[in-house]
Each structure stands twice: as structure tokens, then as C-alpha cells.
Design a protein around this ligand. Structure first.
Ligand SMILES: [Zn+2]
Length: 149
């Protein structure tokens, strides 16, 4: 019989992985009451741990995390409606101002020559198209980063 007592690692390995047992350990265990008692104590501890009820949380963790990662679309829809309403209001106000000052605006264009008119209008349209494309590209990039597409 091996006279050296079993260390904690050997005892835990014996209790928790009962199929892994060194013949020297088993030999020592048969002749040593102290080590057999330690093995029994670990066994009792393991049984007690197994008999404990599973911890139950009164909330769903995964749902809360997913909610934070992907906010519910209703909130986005509300924000979209606000943006649409503000955009429509701005367009309406712009249209009213345009109609009210139509004569002054047409007088302004009469003063400037035709060539300059086309130059100004085409430049403004090109700048607006460029800005819209850039805005759309940035929006798509942000969507991809957020993994919504
Ligand atoms: Zn021993």
C-alpha cells in the first residue's frame, strides 16, 4: 500500500470522474480510512449540489439582451412617422413660400441672363444629387453595421 495520502486533486478526480481511477489510488483507498472518508465527504457534497434546485430568474436575460441589441421596430416606426410629418411640413412651408414669392423669384431670373440661369440650376441639381447619393450611401453603411440588412 502506498503510504502517502491522496491529495485533493486525486480525490476530486475519483469522485467527479469516477471512471478515471489510478490503480495506486484505488489500492491506497482500500487501506486508508482517512482518505475513504474524504472521498465519501466529497460524494455527499456532490449529491447535495446535485439536489439543489436550478437557480430561477424571474426575467428572461436573452430577451433583454436581444431587445437592447435590436430595438423593437415600433419605436423606429414612431420615429419614422415624426420624420415624415416634419418633412411634409417643411415641404409645405417651402411650397407656400415659393408660391407667395413666385413673382419676385421670376423677376430675379429675368434679370440674370439665360445662360447663367441654366448654369446655376444645373449646378444646384448636381449638388443635390451628390448630397442625396452620399446620404443614401452613409445610411446603407450604418444599416449594414447594425446588421439590419
Ligand atoms: Zn490515505
Amino acid at each position: 500500500m502506498n503510504r502517502e495520502h491522496l491529495n485533493d486533486n486525486d480525490i476530486q478526480q475519483l469522485v467527479f470522474e469516477s471512471n478515471v481511477a489510478d490503480p495506486k489510488i484505488l489500492d491506497h483507498l482500500q487501506g486508508c480510512d482517512l482518505c475513504r472518508k474524504a472521498v465519501d465527504d466529497y460524494g455527499i457534497l456532490l449529491d447535495e449540489l446535485k439536489s439543489l434546485p436550478e437557480p430561477i430568474m424571474d426575467f428572461d436575460v436573452s430577451e433583454q439582451i436581444l431587445e437592447q441589441l435590436y430595438p423593437k421596430p415600433e419605436r423606429d416606426m414612431a420615429l419614422n412617422y415624426i420624420i415624415y410629418i416634419v418633412s411634409i411640413l417643411c415641404l409645405g412651408i417651402g411650397a407656400v413660400i415659393f408660391i407667395l414669392f413666385l413673382t419676385q423669384i421670376s423677376n430675379l431670373f429675368k434679370v440674370i441672363s439665360d445662360f447663367k440661369n441654366y448654369l446655376i440650376i444645373s449646378t444646384a441639381i448636381l449638388v443635390m444629387i451628390g448630397l442625396c447619393q452620399d446620404m443614401l450611401r452613409t445610411y446603407n453603411k450604418k444599416l449594414k453595421k447594425l446588421n439590419f440588412q
